[in-house]
Each structure stands twice: as structure tokens, then as C-alpha cells.
Design a protein around this ligand. Structure first.
Ligand code: B12
Length: 211
């Protein structure tokens, strides 16, 4: 039985060598990469979020933990998370909206989409609506993914969708929205085609919208 709580707690404490050891141990014990991600690393990030809220941790330390988590995902879990079907589902333009620099969740969703056979154009973080519209025009995707992690940047999802509508490109694409503060109600309000709470359900949703 693997100790996911230990993974979470050591990640939150910034104990990097121990996190690597525990993740490797869990893999050796046959735990799935998804379970290690959901019950270990993501829970650890949740603890960090709480510490951030209570101002028990400084921003550079949060960033350090976040970057380390990305490394562990890329180096130890990515190949396993990507095992699966490789059907071509189409092209997705993806961005974290303007004003927002959070990208771990976006990168996870992108990784899973690519694993499922989507071609993804990643515009990065803090992306203005104009850049997104330009990319849709240039790349002709069949889907757009928008991520926001702050309540203050959620309205930028609506602004971006409004830009897409104004540019006359709305009918060509399905729009998926997500990020911790986003929910189905918000997605409906802003006129998105879908919302998903995590990377694997985002991939399922993208597949169903593509069909
Ligand atoms: C890491 C982190 C940072 C890092 C980001 C590093 C990076 N490269 O991403 C740094 C240190 C830079 C940072 C900065 C700030 N942060 Co911050 N941060 C976090 C933290 C701890 C974790 C976020 C994370 O990566 N989670 C793990 C990923 C995997 O989860 P996720 O992002 O939710 O993504 C999943 C789903 O949401 C979904 N998803 C995500 N995107 C999409 C898109 C689509 C289309 C779909 C379908 C699904 C989907 O799938 C993902 C995978 O399962 C959160 C706390 C938390 N628990 O969320 C605070 C948090 C988001 N931050 C917060 C704040 C306040 C800030 C700052 C304003 C702090 C400051 N005073 O400067 C700045 C803002 C900077 C900016 N302009 O964006 C608050 C937001 C509060 C609010 N309600 O708005 C939080 C909630 C912390 C807190 N509790 O106070 N932060």
C-alpha cells in the first residue's frame, strides 16, 4: 500500500529527494501514475494552497514547489500518463488568460490531450484575447481551451470569448474552460461549450465535443 499522504506532505514541505523516492516507490509497487498525481502531488499542492492563503509560505517558495511538481510529472509520470489511444481528434489552441500566470493545470490538460491524439498549440500564460483570436485565425483549430486560476482573471475568460464572437470565428470552434475557480455554472454563463474539473475529464469532454 503506497503512502500518498507522505507524498503530499513531503511535497508541501519542499522535501524534494523524499518526494522522488516516494513516487518511485509507488510506481515500483504498481500504483498508477494518475493515482500518484491525484492522491499525492495534487493533494500536496492543495496543502500549499492552504499555506498560501494563511500566508505561511512565500510566493518564491510556492513557485519552487510548483516547478518541482512539474519536473516530477514530466520526468517520472508523463510517459505513463500518455499511454492510451492515439486517435487523431483535431487541433486545439490553449491558453492561460491574460493577467494569469498559473500554468501547471493547463500543462497537465495539454499533456493528456496530446496523449489522446489532439494536436495542441500552447500559447502559454498571460495571453491577451487578441493573440488568441489571431492564433485561431492562423491555425484554424476546432477547439479552444482557456484556463484561469484566479477569481480576478475569470472575467477574462468571458472577455476572450467575446473577442472570438466579435471576430466572427465562434462558429468554427468549441470552447472549453477550466481552472480551480471555474465551474459548470460559470461556463454556461460565459457561453462556453464545456467545462471539466480535471485533466482526464477535460480529455473525455474534448473527445466528445470533437465527435
Ligand atoms: C502554484 C501556485 C502559484 C504559482 C504558479 C506557478 C505556475 N507555474 O503555475 C505562483 C507562485 C506563480 C502563483 C502566483 C499567484 N497566486 Co497562486 N497558486 C498556486 C497554487 C498553490 C497551486 C495551483 C496549481 O498549480 N494547482 C495544481 C493544478 C494541477 O491544478 P489546477 O491548476 O486547478 O488545474 C486542474 C483543473 O483546474 C483543470 N484545468 C485547469 N485549466 C483548465 C482548462 C480547461 C480548458 C479545462 C477543461 C480544465 C482545466 O485541470 C487541471 C488538472 O487537473 C494555488 C492553490 C490551489 N490549491 O489551487 C494558488 C492560487 C491559485 N494562487 C492564488 C493567488 C492569490 C496568487 C497570487 C495573486 C499571489 C500573489 N499575492 O502574488 C499570484 C497571482 C499571479 C498571477 N498574476 O497569476 C490563490 C487564488 C485565490 C483566488 N480565489 O483568486 C490560490 C487559490 C491560493 C490561495 N488559496 O490563496 N501561484
Amino acid at each position: 500500500m503506497s503512502d500518498f499522504v507522505q507524498i503530499a506532505e513531503n511535497l508541501a514541505a519542499g522535501n524534494k529527494p523524499r518526494v522522488r523516492e516516494l513516487v518511485q516507490l509507488a510506481l515500483d509497487q504498481g500504483e498508477s501514475a494518475k493515482k500518484i498525481l491525484d492522491e499525492g502531488l495534487m493533494k500536496g499542492m492543495g496543502i500549499v494552497g492552504g499555506m498560501m492563503e494563511r500566508e505561511e509560505i512565500m510566493i518564491p517558495e510556492v513557485l519552487d514547489v510548483a516547478q518541482f511538481m512539474s519536473h516530477v510529472i514530466n520526468e517520472m509520470l508523463k510517459p505513463l500518463l500518455l499511454e492510451g489511444d492515439m486517435n487523431p481528434y483535431g487541433k486545439v489552441v490553449f491558453a492561460t488568460v491574460q493577467g494569469d500566470v498559473h500554468d501547471i493545470g493547463k500543462n497537465l490538460v495539454i499533456m493528456m490531450l496530446e496523449g489522446a491524439g489532439f494536436q495542441v498549440i500552447d500559447l502559454g500564460i498571460d495571453v491577451p484575447p487578441e493573440t488568441i483570436v489571431e492564433s485561431i485565425r492562423e491555425n484554424q483549430p476546432n477547439m479552444l481551451g482557456l484556463s484561469a486560476l484566479l477569481t480576478t482573471t475569470m472575467p477574462m475568460i468571458k472577455t476572450t470569448i467575446d473577442h472570438v464572437i466579435d471576430s466572427g470565428l465562434r462558429d468554427q470552434i468549441k470552447i472549453l474552460v477550466g481552472g480551480a475557480p471555474v465551474d459548470q455554472e460559470f461556463a454556461d454563463e460565459v457561453g462556453a461549450d464545456g467545462y471539466a474539473p480535471d485533466a482526464s475529464s477535460a480529455t473525455q469532454l474534448a473527445k466528445s465535443l470533437a465527435n
